[in-house]
Design a protein around this ligand. Structure first.
Ligand SMILES: Cc1ncc(COP(=O)(O)O)c(C=O)c1O
Length: 437
């Protein structure tokens, strides 16, 4: 286990590349730790100055398998020497990946179509829903993020996807998500009896033209600040949608592939959507996404109508196969559950110690720490969040922030993390926070 020394962030070489980036690229990410990555292995990232960090970002929840997983690297190398692209011609890799992936789905989802990015998968789901239902409107949720294409933005409610881009694609109807720590309706769970779901009919009654056909929802909202709805919320939403004959699309682009301690977050409540969107962890570093669905729903699209240049290419398919194999063989969802439970218990202890740590939430290896002003214990504090992130980076822990107010640190290490590494990371976080008391 590498010993971590305090380092200057950014280091001198990182600073040079950051300057080059500022000169030749538009800003790529908001408020990111100024570290330039050189290489990475499992949960360890080394920057261009030779500093090592424990990665609690998984590169935006992508590298579930850990960086440069040997099985994945081998699969990509072997595939690259044989065949990398052939557009939509079937290959053994693609159809085997499809058959293997479908077997991991709930039984009603019996078909899958491969694409390359998460936004492509959600965009495809929206197109299918319109075609299948013949209806134009889709219900989405405040705080949602489904990608940066116009259709996906039209059913999203996160900052940076709707603001100042003009009139969104028509048909998106938006309702409050179950963000209990900052309830839109100012109610308290469980006394509220999930009022936000009960209010949905009123939202639809006042905003829909009567042409609602589908609902798109994340099992937890990542970009909004790792907002986890209370147990039972998603299941009740499923029932609500079914009673109204609406197609349910679950966006599992970031919540799947073991992240919450199950292969899919919908497994926690045995939710059965008609479509599921996958991305990120499916390729675990190689761009690969997928739209899973019921045959009768996907059959509404004619041959070719879902296709894209790179979707299901042999390289990405070989990667997806290697990911599924490692996920199962190394029992990564189980590891996420085990390590995550210990980490959450420790975060809750920290919440008791530090008044500026307002909320701790999450499951498996995906958690949100919401930072607030110590004086009232509630006002969002992006400033403390920023200081914690920088303090941790200087001590060898890489974190990222999200949230409507920019005051949530996301905890999302690769699922291969072991106990010693988790303890080391949490010791860093604890000692950085202790300095602020
Ligand atoms: C829930 C969810 N859906 C869709 C996307 C879009 O994925 P991509 O950036 O690969 O287009 C993201 C990305 O963060 C996401 O978190």
């Amino acid at each position: 286990m590498p010993q971590l020394k305090k380092r200057q962030v950014p280091g001198s070489k990182s600073a040079e590349f950051l300057e080059l980036s500022r000169t030749y690229e538009p800003p790529c990410a908001a408020d990111q730790v100024p570290v330039v990555w050189d290489h990475a292995e499992r949960v360890w990232v080394t920057d261009v100055d030779g500093n090592r960090y424990i990665d609690f970002t998984s590169g935006v929840l992508v590298t579930n398998l850990g960086h440069s997983h040997p099985g994945l690297v081998r699969a990509i190398q072997e595939q690259a020497t044989r065949l990398m692209n052939c557009y939509s011609f079937p290959t053994p890799e693609r159809v085997t990946a499809a058959s293997r992936l479908v077997k991991t789905f709930p039984p009603n989802l019996d078909k899958v179509f491969f694409l390359s990015t998460g936004a492509e998968a959600t965009e495809a789901a929206l197109r299918v829903a319109r075609r299948y239902t013949g209806k134009q409107e889709v219900l989405g949720f405040y705080g949602a993020f489904h990608g940066r294409t116009y259709g996906a933005m039209g059913v999203a409610g996160s900052m940076g996807t709707r603001r100042q881009f003009g009139v969104p694609v028509p048909g998106g109807i938006m309702a409050p998500y179950a963000y209990c720590y900052r309830c839109f309706y100012d109610k308290k769970y469980p006394e509220c009896d999930l009022y936000c779901l009960k209010a949905l009919d009123r939202v639809i009654g006042s905003s829909s033209s009567g042409d609602l056909g589908a609902v798109i929802v994340e099992p937890y909202q990542g970009t909004a600040g790792f907002v986890f709805p209370p147990d039972g919320w998603l299941k009740q939403l499923e029932a609500w949608a079914r009673e109204r004959d609406l197609v349910l699309i679950v966006d599992e682009v970031q919540s799947s592939f073991g992240r919450t301690g199950k292969m899919y977050a919908i497994e926690w409540e045995d939710v059965r959507p008609q479509m599921i969107c996958l991305g990120k962890g499916l390729g675990s570093g190689v761009p690969c996404s997928a739209l899973g669905g019921e045959s009768k729903v996907l059959a509404s699209m004619a041959a070719g109508e879902l296709s894209s240049t790179w979707g299901g290419n042999p390289l990405a398919s070989a990667a997806a196969l290697a990911v599924m194999e490692a996920m199962e063989k190394e029992k990564l969802p189980e590891n996420a559950l085990k390590i995550g439970a210990g980490m959450k218990a420790r975060f809750l202890e920290m919440k008791g110690k530090y008044r500026f740590l307002g909320d701790v939430r999450g499951k498996g290896l995906v958690m949100g720490l919401e930072f607030v002003d110590s004086r009232d214990g509630y006002t969002p504090s992006p400033e403390i969040t920023r200081r914690v992130i920088m303090g941790c980076a200087e001590n060898g822990l890489l974190l990222g922030k999200v949230g409507f107010y920019g005051n949530v640190i996301r905890i999302a290490p690769p699922l291969v993390i072991n106990q010693e590494e988790a303890d080391m990371a949490l010791d860093i976080l604890d000692s950085v926070m202790a300095d602020f008391e």
